[in-house]
Ligand binder design. Structure first.
Ligand code: SF4
Length: 402
């Protein structure tokens, strides 16, 4: 089963449960330097450290293959961090480890995340030659002052150069990431960034609202009670930006298929759709998460522990697994609903009920009816989806399904 456009059916939720489709996530935790707002598992590292990590990662990929020999890989996502910090040779060795040990579907989507300033012609050619079909570029803003404030290593021109180079080398499936609600920002500034990106005509655009996370440099200034807290944009403006994004991108031919994701038809990110419909996925690398047959777990986030796993020949996964959670029925049902509702197509309650062997509508009848009455959900013959108002209050709606 291959999703070719947004017209896929929620029926697929069950199909994938039985035909061994599997997604792979690979975590590259390195960045040139830490951005001011970032709380991801990422840090800077010298060449020797990166080399050691890649060789451990390759060993983990190779070693764990035995557990997934009957599975068909339908998407790979190399994320981070900044995967494009790796050399062409390192990416090739990861891709070779995958190709030599797993079975791929014919049109498996393979994405690599990148940051402007770390892409070169040599690397882009290596991506292409090793089968990487989708490039995601973290622009975040087209305004150089905002990029400086965020602590990004690049300016807009560097991004544009990298983007144009990728196009010249034949990449025809590019995502550009933007951040809204940057401190000191405005609706107008955001609109300028968005329009500059639209002008480049990428196949996919993601727009996430900045969250000021504890433990980041931003939190000191912009967190609760921080000296610059009042430079944050208001919630009303944040919502206006959200609506403006939907309108402008729709006019430019982008279909919103998820709360924060927009694409040309047929260019939706299959890997992320897999997360939202609870497809099985396995994560390789530091801190990478997996969901396999309703078992959720994470690799260790301790680099020393991760690296030792190679030398002690225990990298087949079990010794580095943390936070192992065997999901029970209620948790599985909740996940189907709050993950599935992120997508504009919504959730087919009959199909989820078939999958889980319980009448999901009966379980959540009161909440669903209340949300429908408040104009947050539409229930169309047991297919529920968020309304525009529901997307604005998505966290509130989802909380009712947990
Ligand atoms: S590039 Fe991304 S992962 Fe790296 S520090 Fe910046 S925000 Fe974090």
């Amino acid at each position: 089963m291959i999703y070719v456009n947004v017209a896929w059916s929620i029926v697929d939720i069950c199909v994938y449960m039985t035909n061994n489709e599997l997604e792979i996530y690979i975590h590259i935790p390195f960045c040139i330097r830490k951005c001011n707002y970032c709380d991801f598992l990422s840090f800077s590292c010298d060449d020797e450290g990166i080399d050691k990590y890649v060789s451990t990662l390759v060993e983990e990929i190779r070693c764990r293959a035995v557990d997934y020999k009957d599975d068909m890989i339908t998407s790979v996502f190399i994320g981070g961090g900044t995967p494009s910090i790796l050399s062409a040779k390192q990416i090739e060795s990861i891709m070779n480890a995958l190709k030599n040990n797993y079975t791929f579907s014919d049109d498996c989507e393979i994405t690599i995340e990148s940051n402007p300033g770390t892409l070169t012609e040599e690397k882009l050619l290596a991506y292409k030659n090793s089968g990487i079909s989708r490039l995601s570029i973290g622009l975040q803003s087209a305004n150089d002052d905002e990029l400086k404030l965020l602590g990004r290593i690049h300016d807009y021109q560097t991004f544009a150069d990298n983007y144009n180079l990728a196009r010249k080398l034949g990449f025809d499936n590019i995502n550009v990431d933007l951040i809204s609600a940057i401190p000191g920002g405005s609706i107008e500034k955001f609109k300028e960034s968005l329009l500059k990106v639209v002008e480049l005509n990428p196949e996919h655009i993601s727009v996430y609202s900045l969250i000021i996370e504890e433990g980041t440099p931003f939190y000191i200034n912009y967190g609760e009670g921080g000296p610059l807290e009042d430079t944050l944009i208001s919630e009303d403006d944040d919502r206006e930006i959200y609506h403006l994004t939907k309108t402008l991108l729709a006019e430019a031919g982008y279909n919103q298929y998820e709360i924060s994701n927009y694409s040309k038809i047929g260019k939706e990110c299959q890997h992320n759709i897999g997360y939202w419909i609870r497809k099985n996925y396995i994560g390789f690398g530091l801190g990478a998460s997996s969901l396999y047959d309703n078992l959720r777990y994470k690799n260790t986030s301790d680099m020393n522990e991760y690296l030792i796993s190679k030398t002690e020949k225990v990298s087949c996964g079990y010794m580095i697994r943390k936070e192992v959670e065997n999901l029970i029925d209620n948790e599985i049902i909740s996940e189907y609903l709050y993950l599935g509702l992120r997508m504009n197509k919504g959730v087919n309650l009959k199909e989820v009920s078939k999958c889980v062997g319980q009448d999901v509508y009966v379980i959540f009848k009161t909440w669903i009816e209340m949300c429908v009455q408040d104009g947050l959900l539409i229930n169309n013959d047991n297919i529920i989806r968020l309304t525009n108002k529901g997307q604005d209050l998505a966290n509130y709606v989802m909380a009712g399904f947990v």
